[in-house]
Design a protein around this ligand. Sequence first.
Ligand code: SF4
Ligand code: SF4
Length: 153
Amino acid sequence: MAGDGTLRPRFWETVAPADMTPAEWEALCDGCARCCTVTLEDEETGELFATSVACRLLDTATCRCSDYPDRLRQVPHCIQVTPQTIASLDWFPETCGYRRVAAGRPLPDWHWLICGDREAVHRSGPSLRGRMVSETEAGDEPERFILGSEQEG
Ligand code: SF4
Ligand code: SF4
């Protein structure tokens, strides 16, 4: 049964987010790391701009959080994504697996649940692996690291 950490076949197409097990919900993350980077907001227009400046806890070489179990204590602004909060996280990329499934959209070919390869997001998807600079090294002008709109949608 899925409660033991296994994933039900094609659960993302058949199970509502609120009814997924914790393991199934976590599995929706594609590992792109785009939610672990600084987002800037134009104070006048409210427009949001993604940057390649990574959270200090992000391992920029692997795209993984270096202290996931304790992240919420170490980084107070880190977001715990849940079926209840995902709808309000409109600054997450459109490509995000959580956003896609919560909105009833299909997962892309490069998502590991579809292709079985967790490296595919880095080769063919929106991963920022190899393109980030840690906030500990970025200096005080994050505007210099604003990303284009590639891989959105
Ligand atoms: S943006 Fe979504 S899919 Fe990408 S790392 Fe964050 S939670 Fe996972
Ligand atoms: S604490 Fe970890 S999960 Fe949270 S934003 Fe930073 S790197 Fe990402």
